[in-house]
Design a binder for this molecule. Structure first.
Ligand SMILES: Cc1ncc(COP(=O)(O)O)c(C=O)c1O
Length: 384
């Protein structure tokens, strides 16, 4: 296949490492960030709904085309707030093939995570599996737009309507992604983004909850700031989920360079595809060309029988050459504590999840690597 060359002028400020990591941070417009930081120090307003946070929320709303976007300290707490604000009870159905923050947030809120299987093609939650797990105790479905792939939102939301369930999406991976119709941020009751340093769009640590529901937005806004409706006026249970001004400044500084980062990721993905084409027993996950994606994840699946060595041996081989490829989401949330020892999870049958937990590797991409690095990584994979 041919690879379209891009200009990918990315300012790394000289930062260069011999070790290649998955999730090496993307850096925004440093000069703009520095100006914003100077202003924060001049104002001496470091947190509590300052003007940088407000500007970031406004920018996010308009970028996502959503009515409300509430920035928070991270996505895990964002999920907890969402579950709490929606007054969920009993069981919530979510995939096991996700980062452990998804079930942890539910469990932290006193809910029981019920693990569904995922689809083999794009790794998102399987609607048939969800349907089979609904009980009297179910209060919500939590889909995860894993790798930025939109879940089957029509099917999930139709199941939810039939059973009167809430729908929350963990959109930690999916900033600037969407399907043919809408950007992620506009689905379900609400969607929760992560702006952790490893993500496409980062605020060092951070996250945001997007929703088109006015009442839910009002509740979330109260809850993220201890329930304060005004000075000395607490009207709701709350916590401290605020994002500091300096983190919001990082977020604002990502916008001018966002499309460049997306293009660099797309270019890297194309390079990997060209280099790995024809490797037996290796599948590179592609993105649906009808969807908008951030290309932030280069995901391969290794079929040990055809590839010749196991996924774990390949990871060891990469690590030995300073390529910090990662097994995802190994060993699967239903095998991690406190979930693994729960009676209901001991005999869980999640065939696709099991296969993926055995096969998936994420490879380094982003603005911190170049063509030479990708060539070297692919040579290691090919066994040269
Ligand atoms: C799918 C998923 N959900 C939730 C999270 C938690 O995000 P945060 O680190 O912002 O709390 C992550 C973080 O990596 C994630 O990958």
């Amino acid at each position: 296949m041919s690879v379209t060359k891009t200009t990918h002028r990315i300012d790394l400020n000289g930062a260069r490492s011999d070790v290649l990591h998955v999730g090496a941070p993307n850096v925004g417009d440093r000069a703009y960030f520095n100006r914003l930081v100077d202003q924060i120090f001049q104002r001496r307003w470091f947190t509590n709904d300052g003007c940088v946070v407000k500007e970031l929320e406004e920018k996010l709303r308009s970028f996502l085309g959503v009515k409300h976007c509430i920035v928070v300290c991270n996505a895990t707490v964002g999920l907890q707030l969402a579950f709490h604000a929606l007054e969920l009870t009993g069981e919530v159905i979510l995939p096991s093939f996700t980062f452990v923050a998804t079930p942890h947030a539910a469990c932290w809120e006193g809910l029981t995570p019920v693990f569904a299987d995922v689809k083999r093609d794009n790794h998102t939650i399987c609607p048939d599996s969800v349907r089979s797990l609904i009980t009297e105790q179910t209060s919500a479905i939590v889909g995860v737009h894993v790798w930025g792939n939109p879940c089957d939102t029509d099917a999930i939301e139709s199941i939810a309507r039939d059973h009167g369930l809430a729908v929350i999406y963990d959109a930690a991976h999916a900033f600037a992604c969407g399907d043919q119709r809408r950007m992620i941020g506009n689905f379900g009751d609400c969607e929760v983004f992560s702006f952790h340093a490893t993500k496409f769009f980062n605020t060092f640590e951070g996250g945001a909850i997007a929703t088109n529901n006015d009442d839910l937005a009002a509740r979330l806004t109260l809850m993220k700031n201890f329930g304060f409706a005004g000075m000395d006026h607490v009207i709701h249970l709350g916590t401290n989920a605020k994002m500091p001004e300096i983190c919001a400044a990082m977020g604002l500084s990502m916008f001018p360079i966002l499309e460049e980062i997306r293009e660099k990721n797309r270019y890297n993905h194309q390079l990997y595809r060209a280099h790995l084409e024809g490797v037996k027993g290796l599948r590179l996950l592609t993105y649906d060309h009808l969807h908008q994606t951030n290309w932030q994840y280069v995901v391969i699946e290794i079929d040990e029988a055809e590839f010749g060595i196991s996924r774990d041996s390949l990871v060891d081989r990469l690590h030995a050459q300073n390529v910090r490829a990662r097994r995802y989401f190994y060993p699967g949330c239903h095998r991690m504590e406190p979930y693994g020892s729960m009676e209901r999870n001991r005999k869980l049958d999640l065939p696709n999840t099991e296969t993926l937990c055995r096969r998936v590797i994420c490879l380094p991409t982003g603005t911190a690597i170049d063509e030479v690095d990708i060539d070297r990584i692919c040579q290691i994979i090919r066994g040269y």
